[in-house]
Write a new protein. Structure first.
Length: 265
């Protein structure tokens, strides 16, 4: 947050930039807590109004860039056979549009700012190709992912069967990780009359894998936001758990180091 306050006596503009978006007050006064301030400087009122202060412009731009980059980033990979609607789900989530006819995807990347449980974050979505021709390059894509939406079409049982192979590839690539954020998504729920995959069968498979199963429709937007936000929550929980473990190990190491330095007299 940037705040400007002017002084008529000095005809100057004082510029403050804070870590968070809320003003901090000291004992009920309007004085901000300086310890939270990113920077503070003054420029002439005329330079500020005209925008000719290069220092102010550069510093404010740098601050905004820093705030932008400080947002948590969650990397999601769309996985599944060709034609199941991975791109349609992605485009519906990104732009609120249903695209029925499009060229087969090779690998398209999208990024969007969203509010997750009151926190502004960024989601990076990599929409991968489902065709067998691209199987060799999927490993590289999977390595970069933090969470996966494993998509099949409820109107095509073969695409459901293929989810097992995609999952095995993910587990192989991410073998060093304990818990991989993953949701099984049955798309095209609006085509109930053409259903080939019973809900019970899909749900049973997801339970076997220890993951959530959700049915979506890219056309009607049913559960589209849900699958992306639920996956981001799993990614966030995993990151928090990993950070907690790292801090715990670091704390334990410091305690051990302290004990090693002590001796009995």
């Amino acid at each position: 947050m940037e705040m400007t306050c002017s002084s008529g006596l000095l005809d100057r503009v004082l510029i403050w930039s804070f870590h968070n978006s809320e003003m901090l007050y000291l004992h009920g006064t309007t004085m901000p807590l300086v310890s939270w301030c990113l920077f503070c400087f003054s420029v002439s009122r005329s330079d500020w109004l005209s925008g000719t202060s290069s220092v102010a412009n550069r510093t404010m731009a740098a601050s905004k860039g820093k705030n932008q980059s400080s947002l948590a980033l969650h990397k999601v990979i769309m996985v599944g056979s060709g034609g199941v609607g991975k791109s349609a789900l992605t485009l519906q989530f990104m732009y609120d549009e249903f695209v029925e006819d499009y060229e087969p995807t090779k690998a398209d990347s999208y990024r969007k700012k969203v509010v997750l449980d009151g926190e502004e974050v960024q989601i990076d979505i990599l929409d991968t190709a489902g065709q067998e021709d691209y199987a060799a390059i999927r490993d590289n894509y999977f390595r970069s992912g933090e969470g996966f939406l494993l998509v099949f079409s409820i109107t095509e049982h073969e695409s459901f069967t293929a989810t097992a192979e995609f999952r095995e590839q993910i587990l192989r690539v991410k073998a060093e990780e304990d818990k991989i954020p993953l949701l099984v998504v049955g798309n095209k729920s609006d085509l109930e009359e053409r259903r080939q995959v019973p809900v019970e069968e899909a749900r049973s498979k997801a339970e076997e894998w220890g993951v959530q199963y959700v049915e979506t429709s890219a056309k009607t937007r049913a559960n589209v936001d849900k699958v992306f936000f639920d996956l981001m929550r799993e990614i966030r929980a995993k990151k928090m758990s990993e950070n907690k473990d790292k801090n715990g190990k670091k704390s334990g190491k410091n305690k051990k180091s302290f004990k090693e330095r002590c001796c009995l007299l």
